[in-house]
Design a protein around this ligand. Structure first.
Ligand code: COA
Ligand code: AMP
Length: 632
C-alpha cells in the first residue's frame, strides 16, 4: 500500500540533506548554506552550516514585504484584565524594530543574552522577536517560578538586559513580578546592565533609577533597527527545563534548523495555511509557547492568539469556545489537563452551544500522556479530529504526530501516532538493542537528530552528552518509556527519570527534594508524582524528621509546603507533605519511589524482592490515607 507519510518519512531518513534542503527553500536566507547536515561534531547535529538568516525577518518583515502588512499577526485576548488587541504584521514590524533599538541602546549586541520575565501579553512576543532581530539570544522564564529559580537562570545565562513586566495577573491574584525580580537579583551573582520594565496599568511597579528603564520611555527614545544576519547555527534562544536535579538544563535552540522545521511543521503536521488563525493555549514561558504561540505561526504567516486566561474560571468553562468563535480559530493546541478542567466544570460542553464553532478544524494535545477518556470526550463534543502528539522542550517540535497536512492516519487512542519525518524513533533495552514491536523499552531517537532539536546545553556540553547521549550510544535518550506497535504507532507511557508532569508543566521531583532536604528538621525525604484527575499528576512529599524535633508534624508540613512554593514557585502545585517514621528502601539503601507511587495511586503493588523491610509499605499506606490517597 502506498503511503505519502511513509514515503516522506523514509526519504527524510535516507536523504536528510535533500529532504531538509527542500524545506529550507521556504525560509529567506541572507546567505545560502555550505552544508545542510554536519555530523562531524557527533553527538551534536548541526544544520545548514555556513547559512545566514534572521528569524525575526522570517517571522515578521518578510510577510510585510509579501503583502501581509495589514493582516493580524497577533490577537491578544485577556479575560483576566478585559483587554483585547489586534496587532498587524506592519505594527509588529514597527514595534520589534523599535524594541531592538531600545535593547541596543541598553547595551545589547549580537550574541548577548536577554532574559525575559513576562506574562501572556503581546509585549513578550515583541521582546523575544526584538532580541532575535539583533542576533541576541533570549531566555524566557515562566512567571510561575519563584525568585530562586529566576536567580539560577540569571546566573547561568548572564543576561546583559532583563526585560520584565511590572506584574502578571492570575485569576483573583496579582503576581508581583518586580519584587520577585529584585529578590532574584539579590540572590544572583550576575547583575544585568539594565532592566527594561513594561508597566502594566493593573499594577505599575516602582523602578530603581540607575538600573531600570520604563519600556515606554525606551521605545520613545529608540530608533528602529534592521534585522542582523546570524549564522544558522547561532543560538536563537535558551530555554531552561527541569532535569533530574535542582539545576535546570539550558536547552539551546539554533536559528536555521528551528526556522526550517517549524515552518515545515505548520503545513505538514498542523495542516494550517498562511493567513489562518492558529491558537496554542499554553504560555510563552514553555516550549509550546516558544514554538507554537510565537515562532511557527509567525514564520508561516498565520495569526497567532495570545490568551491571558485559563480554560475555566475566566469566566467559565466556555472560555476556549468563545475565543475560537470570536477570533475565527481554525486550530487549537493545548494540554489534556485543560480539557479535563473543562470537562469537570461542563461535562456535556453545554456552554459550547452559544458559540459558532464552524471554522474549527483540529484539536492537538501534548505536554503529558493523554488519557483515552479525554480524547473520546473531546472528539464527541468537537466532532473534529483530536490529535495527541508527543514532544519535548529538547526537540522543540513534535517527535510523533498524526501528519494532518501530509497524510492523516487513523487515530489510535493512547498513541501519539507515528514518527514525524526526520525522527528515527526506536525502542531500546538496557543493552542498547532494539526490542520487538509491542515491547516496552526506552524511547530513543537514532542520531542524527532532525533540525530544531537541541545541539547542546548552554555552556554545558558535557552535561548534554551525559544527560542525553551517553546511555544509548548512537541515540538520543528521550527519558520516556513506551513501545511501538506492529503498525509503527508510538505509545509514550511514562518517564524513566524523576520528572513529573503537573498540569502539563514539567517539574523535577529531585529539585523539590533538594528544597525539602534543606528544612532544618528534615533528616530524609522523598517526593513522588501521584495521579490527579485534573492535573494528571501532583507531587506528594514524605519527610523523615531528625530525632529530638519538638515541632508538630502539622507545622513542619506547612513549612515544607511553603518552602517549595517559595523556592520553586506556585507552579509546582506542592500542597502535601507527610511526616513518616521511615522510607521504604532496598537493601542497598535506594528509596523505592516507584512502589510508593503505586501505593498512593491505589494500583497493585508487587513486593520488591530487594526491599529492606516489607512492613514499611503498610505504614506508608496508612500515612497516605488521611490525605485522600492510597484508596483500596
Ligand atoms: N504566573 C504566576 N503564577 C502562575 C502562573 C503564571 N504564569 N501560572 C500558574 N501560576 C500559579 C497559579 O496561580 C497557581 O497558584 P495557586 O497555588 O496560588 O493557586 C499555581 O501556579 C498552579 O497553577 P496551575 O497549574 O495553572 O493550576 P490551576 O489550579 O490554577 O489551574 C488548570 C488548573 C488545569 C486550569 C491549568 O493548569 C491550565 O490551564 N493548564 C494548562 C497547562 C498548559 O498550558 N501547559 C503548557 C504545556 S502545553
Ligand atoms: P516538556 O519538555 O515540558 O514539553 O515535557 C516533555 C515531556 O512531556 C515528555 O518527555 C513526556 O514525558 C511528556 N509528554 C509530552 N507530550 C506527551 C504525549 N503526547 N504523550 C505522553 N507524554 C507526553
Amino acid at each position: 500500500m502506498t503511503s505519502r507519510y511513509r514515503d516522506e518519512h523514509r526519504r527524510s531518513l535516507e536523504d536528510p540533506e535533500g529532504f531538509w534542503a527542500e524545506a529550507a527553500a521556504d525560509i529567506d536566507w541572507f546567505r545560502p548554506w555550505d552544508k545542510v547536515l554536519d555530523t562531524s561534531a557527533t553527538p551534536s547535529t548541526r544544520w545548514f552550516v555556513g547559512g545566514e538568516l534572521n528569524t525575526c525577518h522570517n517571522a515578521v518583515d518578510r510577510h510585510v514585504t509579501a503583502g501581509r502588512g495589514k493582516q493580524a499577526a497577533i490577537i491578544y485576548d485577556s479575560p483576566v484584565t478585559g483587554a483585547k488587541q489586534t496587532i498587524t504584521y506592519r505594527d509588529l514590524q514597527e514595534r520589534t524594530a523599535l524594541f531592538a533599538g531600545a535593547l541596543a541602546d541598553a547595551g545589547v549586541k549580537k550574541g548577548d543574552r536577554v532574559l525575559i520575565y513576562m506574562p501572556m501579553v503581546p509585549e513578550t512576543l515583541v521582546a523575544m522577536l526584538g532580541t532575535a532581530r539583533l542576533g541576541a539570544i533570549h531566555s524566557v522564564v515562566f512567571g510561575g517560578f519563584a525568585a530562586n529559580e529566576l536567580a539560577t537562570r540569571i546566573d547561568d545565562c548572564r543576561p546583559t538586559v532583563i526585560v520584565a513586566a511590572s506584574c502578571g495577573i492570575e485569576p483573583g491574584r496579582v503576581v508581583h513580578y518586580m519584587p520577585l525580580l529584585n529578590e532574584a537579583l539579590k540572590l544572583s551573582d550576575h547583575q544585568p546592565d539594565h532592566c527594561i520594565v513594561f508597566q502594566r496599568v493593573e499594577e505599575p511597579a516602582p523602578l530603581k533609577p540607575d538600573r531600570d528603564i520604563d519600556w515606554a520611555d525606551a521605545m520613545a527614545a529608540a530608533s528602529p533597527k534592521d534585522c542582523v544576519p546570524v549564522a544558522a547555527t547561532d543560538p536563537l534562544y535558551i530555554l531552561y527545563t527541569s532535569g533530574t536535579t535542582g539545576r535546570p538544563k539550558g536547552v539551546v535552540r539554533d536559528n536555521g534548523g528551528h526556522a526550517v522545521a517549524l515552518k515545515w511543521s505548520m503545513a505538514n503536521i498542523y495542516d494550517v495555511k498562511p493567513g489562518e488563525v492558529y491558537w496554542a493555549a499554553s504560555d510563552v514561558g514553555w516550549v509550546v509557547g516558544h514554538s507554537y504561540i510565537v515562532y511557527a505561526p509567525l514564520l508561516h504567516g498565520c495569526t497567532t492568539v495570545v490568551y491571558e486566561g485559563k480554560p475555566v474560571g475566566t469566566p467559565d468553562a466556555g472560555a476556549f469556545w468563545r475565543v475560537i468563535a470570536e477570533h475565527r480559530v481554525e486550530t487549537l493546541f493545548t494540554a489534556p489537563t485543560a480539557l479535563r478542567a473543562i470537562k469537570r466544570d461542563d461535562p456535556d460542553a453545554k456552554l459550547m452551544a452559544q458559540y459558532d464553532m464552524s471554522r474549527f478544524r483540529t484539536l492537538f494535545l501534548a505536554g503529558e500522556r493523554c488519557d483515552p477518556d479525554t480524547i473520546e470526550w473531546s472528539q464527541r463534543i468537537l466532532k473534529t479530529p483530536v490529535i495527541d502528539h508527543w514532544w519535548q522542550t529538547e526537540t522543540g517540535w513534535p517527535i510523533c504526530s498524526n501528519l494532518m497536512g501530509l497524510e492523516p492516519m487513523p487515530v489510535k487512542i493512547g498513541s501519539a501516532s507515528v514518527p514525524v519525518p526526520g525522527y528515527d524513533v526506536r525502542v531500546l533495552d538496557e543493552g542498547n538493542h532494539e526490542v520487538a514491536p509491542g515491547t516496552i523499552g526506552a524511547l530513543s531517537i537514532k542520531l542524527p537528530l532532525p533540525p530544531a532539536c537541541l545541539p547542546t546545553l548552554w555552556e554545558n556540553h558535557d552535561g548534554f552528552v551525559d544527560a542525553y547521549m551517553k546511555d544509548y550510544p548512537g541515540y538520543y535518550k528521550t527519558g520516556d518509556a513506551g513501545y511501538i506497535d506492529e503498525d509503527g504507532y508510538v505509545f509514550v507511557m511514562t518517564r524513566t527519570d524523576d520528572i513529573i508532569n503537573v498540569a502539563g508543566h514539567r517539574l523535577s521531583t529531585g529539585g523539590m527534594e533538594e528544597v525539602l532536604a534543606a528544612h532544618p528538621d528534615v533528616a530524609e525525604c522523598a517526593v513522588i508524582g501521584v495521579a490527579d484527575a485534573i492535573k494528571g499528576q501532583v507531587p506528594v512529599g514524605f519527610l523523615v524528621l531528625k530525632s529530638g524535633v519538638t515541632k508538630t508534624h502539622t507545622d513542619i508540613s506547612r513549612e515544607a509546603v511553603a518552602m517549595v512554593r517559595d523556592r520553586i514557585g506556585p507552579v509546582a502545585a506542592f500542597k502535601t507533605a507527610i511526616v513518616v517514621d521511615r522510607l521504604p528502601k532496598t537493601r542497598s539503601g535506594k528509596i523505592l519511589r516507584g512502589t510508593m507511587q503505586k501505593i498512593a495511586d491505589g494500583t497493585a503493588v508487587q513486593m520488591p524482592a530487594t526491599i529492606d523491610d516489607p512492613a514499611i509499605l503498610e505504614e506508608i499506606k496508612g500515612a497516605l490515607k488521611p490525605a485522600g490517597y492510597a484508596k483500596d
